[in-house]
Design a protein around this ligand. Structure first.
Ligand code: NAD
Length: 487
C-alpha cells in the first residue's frame, strides 16, 4: 500500500482560517479501507440485532455527550451558527435512535402468507445486510445528511466507509471516533478523506456492496456511471428546487415565517429549502408584506452564515441578475446583497417561470415569490421542474389534496421541512432529485438485500412442478384458478 503524501486543509468560511488538515486518500487507501470493512461487516452483521442495538445505543450516548464539541466542528467547517449545528446533531441523534430501535422489527425474519396454491409451504422473508456500504456526503448538513445513510446502514448490520465532502472532513472523522469504543475499535465505520477522485475510487472499490450518495445532480450522474461498471447499486439523493404553495385560506403569518426560515436558514444551502413560493392572488399582498418584514430583519453573518463554498455566491448573483433582468421586482435586497461570501437575504416577486432563478437550484438566500390565480396553477408550476425533492403547502382546508397532487418525495403541510425530523418518514426525491430513500422503514430496507425462503411443510395434494405431474393434476389446478380468479 502506498503512503499518503498529499494533504488538504479544511477552512472556516467565516475567517478563511485552516481548521484541519486531512490526507487525500488515493485508490489504494480506499481499496484497503473497503477490504477492512468487508471483514468488519462479517463481525458486525453476525452480532445480531440485540447486540448491535446495545452498541449503537452506546454510540448515541457518546454523541450526546460530545454534542457541543461536534457542533463546534460543524460550525467551524461550514460557517453556520452554533445553534444550527446543534439542531442538526439533535436530529441525527434522534434518527440514530429510531433506526437502532426499529431495525429488528423491520428487517428481522417474518412469516408471510404462502397463498392458496402454495398452502403446503411456510414462507418467510428477511432483510439481511448488504455488507459494505459506501456513503458519499455533502457539506451543507455534514452530520444530519450522511447520518441518514450511516445510522440506518449500521443498524441494518452493514459496515460503512464514509467519504465526506472535502469541505467538512473533520466532523466525519469525529463521528467515526465516537463509534470506535462501542465497537471495540473494529473498522465498522471508517472515513476516507479527499476530493472527487477519492469518492470515485470508493464507487469502484472491490467489495463495495452499495453506494449511498448525497450531493449535486451532476455528481450523482458520475457516481451512478462509476457504479454501473460493477453493477453496484446506488441510492441517489440530489438537489431540489422546492416550492411552497400558499392557499387563500392559509395562516399567512405562519406561512411567511416558514417561507423565510425555509428560504434563508443555513444561507439557503438546504436541499429541501424553500426556493420558490406560489401564493394565491387574493392573499399575495398581505403574505408578501409579512415576508418582506421578516426577511429585512435578517443579517448574513448573524442569523445565518456565509456561503460555505464561496463559488456558490456567483450562482446566487447570476440568479438574482437574471430574475431582475427578466422583469422580477426585488422587494428585499438586490444584486448588491451578494457579497464575496456573505449573501444578504433577497426576495424577488413576479419572476418569469423560465428564469434560471426559477428553474435551477440556487442554494442561497434568494426567495422567488410568484402570484397565481388558483391552486391548480400553483400545483402546475410547482411540478414544472426536473427536480422533485420536497415541498410545503399552507392551507387550512386543502392541504392533503394539494400535497397529493405534487410530484415530489416529501411534503410539509402548514410547516416547512418538518418531514425530515420525523424518523419514521422516508426521505428522498424523484426525477433529478434522485431515487431511493433514507430514513424510516424504507431507509432501513435500502441497506439490505431481501431474502425470501419457502419451506415445504407437507406434500402438495396436487404436484405440478415435477416430471411426475399428471394431466389430471394440471386440470385440477386450472380449475381452481378458474374458480378463484376467473369470475
Ligand atoms: P457535490 O456533488 O459537489 O459533492 C458531493 C460529494 O461527492 C462530495 O463528497 C464530493 O467530494 C463527492 N464527489 C465529487 N465528485 C465525485 C465523483 N466523480 N465521484 C464520487 N464522488 C464525488 O455536492 P455538494 O456541493 O457537496 O453538496 C451540495 C448539493 O447536495 C446540493 O445540490 C444539495 O441540494 C445536495 N444535497 C442533497 C440532499 C438530499 O438529501 N437530497 C441533502 C443535502 C445536500
Amino acid at each position: 500500500m502506498s503512503v499518503d503524501v498529499e494533504k488538504f486543509g479544511s477552512r472556516d468560511p467565516r475567517t478563511g482560517e485552516i481548521v484541519g488538515t486531512h490526507p487525500v486518500h488515493g485508490a489504494a487507501e480506499v481499496r484497503a479501507a473497503v477490504t477492512r470493512a468487508v471483514e468488519a461487516a462479517g463481525w458486525w452483521g453476525g452480532l445480531g440485532f440485540a447486540e448491535r442495538r446495545r452498541r449503537l445505543t452506546a454510540w448515541r450516548r457518546a454523541l450526546v455527550h460530545r454534542l457541543d464539541d461536534l457542533a463546534g466542528t460543524v460550525s467551524a467547517e461550514t460557517g453556520k451558527p452554533l445553534d444550527d449545528a446543534r439542531l442538526e446533531l439533535v436530529l441525527a441523534i434522534d434518527h440514530l435512535d429510531w433506526a437502532t430501535r426499529n431495525a429488528q422489527r423491520v428487517l428481522g425474519r417474518r412469516r408471510v402468507g404462502p397463498g392458496l396454491l402454495m398452502s403446503n409451504q411456510a414462507a418467510t422473508l428477511a432483510y439481511p445486510p448488504i455488507g459494505v456500504v459506501g456513503v458519499i456526503g455533502p457539506w451543507n448538513y455534514p452530520v444530519f445528511t450522511p447520518m441518514g445513510s450511516i445510522a440506518y446502514a449500521l443498524a441494518a448490520g452493514n459496515a460503512v466507509v464514509f467519504k465526506p465532502s472535502e469541505l467538512t472532513p473533520g466532523v466525519a472523522v469525529a463521528l467515526a471516533d465516537t463509534l470506535a469504543e462501542a465497537v471495540d475499535g473494529r473498522p465498522v465505520l471508517q472515513v476516507v478523506t479527499g476530493l472527487a477522485d477519492t469518492g470515485a475510487a470508493l464507487c469502484r472499490a472491490p467489495g463495495i456492496g452499495k453506494i449511498a450518495f448525497t450531493g449535486s445532480t451532476a455528481t450523482g450522474r458520475r457516481v451512478m456511471a462509476a457504479c454501473a461498471e460493477n453493477l453496484v447499486p446506488v441510492l441517489i439523493e440530489c438537489g431540489g428546487k422546492d416550492a411552497m404553495i400558499v392557499d387563500s385560506d392559509a395562516d399567512l403569518e405562519a406561512a411567511a415565517d416558514a417561507a423565510v426560515w425555509g428560504g434563508m436558514a443555513n444561507a439557503g444551502q438546504t436541499c429541501v429549502g424553500v426556493e420558490r413560493v406560489y401564493v394565491l392572488e387574493e392573499v399575495a399582498d398581505e403574505f408578501t408584506a409579512k415576508v418582506v418584514d421578516k426577511a429585512r430583519g435578517l443579517r448574513a453573518g448573524t442569523d445565518f452564515g456565509p456561503m460555505t463554498m464561496t463559488s456558490q455566491a456567483e450562482v446566487v448573483r447570476r440568479h438574482v441578475d437574471d430574475a431582475l433582468a427578466r422583469g422580477g421586482r426585488a422587494v428585499v435586497g438586490g444584486p448588491e446583497s451578494v457579497g464575496e461570501s456573505l449573501v444578504e437575504p433577497v426576495v424577488v416577486l413576479d419572476v418569469p417561470e423560465d428564469s434560471c432563478a426559477v428553474t435551477e437550484e440556487t442554494f442561497g438566500p434568494l426567495l422567488v415569490v410568484n402570484r397565481v390565480p388558483d391552486v391548480d396553477e400553483a400545483v402546475r408550476r410547482a411540478n414544472a421542474t426536473a427536480y422533485g425533492l420536497g415541498a410545503s403547502v399552507f392551507s387550512a382546508a386543502r392541504g392533503e389534496k394539494i400535497a397529493a397532487a405534487l410530484r415530489c418525495g416529501m411534503v410539509a403541510i402548514n410547516g416547512v421541512i418538518s418531514f425530515a425530523g420525523i424518523p419514521a418518514l422516508p426521505f428522498g426525491g424523484v426525477g433529478d432529485s434522485g431515487f431511493g430513500r433514507i430514513h424510516g422503514e424504507d431507509g432501513l430496507r435500502e441497506f439490505t438485500r431481501p431474502q425470501a425462503v419457502a419451506r415445504r411443510r407437507f406434500g402438495a395434494p396436487v404436484v405440478v412442478t415435477s416430471f411426475r405431474r399428471t394431466a389430471w393434476g394440471m386440470k385440477a389446478l386450472v380449475g381452481i384458478v378458474r374458480l378463484r380468479h376467473g369470475r
